[in-house]
Design a protein around this ligand. Structure first.
Ligand code: IPM
Ligand code: MG
Length: 351
């Protein structure tokens, strides 16, 4: 088993370091290689996703990814910006299904932006499509009819893309509480109308799953009003990006949410995937030992489960994190005082 570690920018290396300590402590036979990605790769090699990084990923069963984003690179042409590395990896390896679980660990309900009794009910999974939508459509700048500048990004989904993510979501629902809510904006967007038509077709193959639709504006509202109503939510790239950040605040902190990005490539023990915290590189706190590594540690657990077939080891990690939370180990993001290493130590002690 071989994993590629791409720590990236900002707090990426710090949080990844803690996740690797946790993996090491499990004593598993996992080989690993490291490579630069994002702004760090641009500064060293002139590209956010250099060939050597792609080659390392190509030869691996899964990728543990930290974060990308560097203010020094914000003025570069878009193709060279750090964010292109993650978008490029998702595209290059056909990673179309982004699983973003949001669960309130016991003890966390008092740290949510929501009232504790509302937050305590959160146990949902956002299945976000990440290979299409307005993210990857034609984009550019042009001159409008009145001579002023105009920016544009084309939104589209084809049937095949919608159908494959719908199947992932229905199957995920079958493995959970058998409820699926598809989120779109079909009252305004044709892209969403097609999305809705296809998801309805796919739903016929899953009569055991209670299926519903919701417009994205309503979904944003319901997520704070009564998040306990959701089991699995399936949505497109842009809506999923926004709703998953929102879900993280409902849970307590963006420092807690892990993610898996999966495609259809099989490994010896599972499915090839890329695993990353949903938070960004947080340049303002980088290098200060303040970042919460729990989201990355939980991402490493997802890697073990989905790409390496090590569900027991994954559960050990998740249980250790849950215990650390229950014991009051809170990072600065949750109003606590525990630093990056301290949180790593706390999880290790509970493994
Ligand atoms: C995420 C991030 C990325 C996205 C950025 C860094 C390109 O916000 O994974 O949620 O928009 O998908
Ligand atoms: Mg995001």
């Amino acid at each position: 088993m071989k994993i590629a570690v791409l720590a990236g920018d900002g707090i990426g290396p710090e949080v990844t370091h803690e996740a690797l300590r946790v993996l090491d402590a499990l004593g598993l036979d996992i080989e690993r290689g490291e490579a630069l990605v994002g702004g760090a790769a641009y500064k060293a090699h002139g590209h956010p996703l250099p060939p050597e990084t792609l080659a390392l990923v190509e030869g691996s069963d899964g990728v543990l990814f930290g974060a990308v984003g560097d203010p020094d690179c914000d003025a570069l042409e878009r193709a060279l910006r750090p964010e292109q590395a993650i978008l490029g990896l998702r595209k290059a390896f056909g990673l179309f299904a982004n699983l973003r679980p949001a669960t309130v660990f016991k003890g966390l309900e008092h740290h949510s932006a929501l009232r504790p009794e509302v937050a305590a009910a959160i146990d949902l999974l956002i299945v976000r499509e990440i290979n299409g939508d307005v993210y990857f459509g034609e984009k550019g700048f042009r001159t409008a009819a009145d001579g002023t500048r105009e920016g544009y990004d084309v939104m589209s989904y084809c049937e095949t893309e919608v159908r494959r993510i719908a199947h992932v979501a229905f199957r995920a629902a079958q493995g959970r509480n058998s409820k699926l809510c598809s989120v779109d904006k079909a009252n305004v967007l044709e892209t969403s109308q097609l999305w809705r038509d296809i998801v309805i077709e796919v739903a016929r193959e899953y009569p055991d799953v209670a299926f519903s639709h919701m417009y994205v504006d309503n979904a944003a509202m319901q997520l704070v009003r009564n998040p306990g109503q959701f089991d699995v939510v399936v949505t497109g790239n842009l809506f999923g990006d926004i709703l998953s950040d929102q879900a993280s605040m409902c849970v307590g902190s963006i420092g807690m949410l892990a993610s898996a990005s999966l495609g259809s490539r099989e490994t010896t023990h599972g499915t090839f995937g890329l695993y990353e915290p949903i938070h960004g590189s947080a340049p303002d706190i980088a290098g200060k030992g303040l970042a919460n590594p729990m989201a990355t540690i939980l991402s490493a657990a997802m890697l073990l489960r989905h790409s390496l077939g090590l569900a027991d080891a994954a559960l050990r990690i998740e249980t250790a994190v849950a215990r650390a939370i229950a014991d009051g180990v809170f990072g600065h993001d949750l109003g606590g005082t525990a630093g990056t290493t301290e949180i790593g130590d706390a999880v290790l002690a509970r493994l």
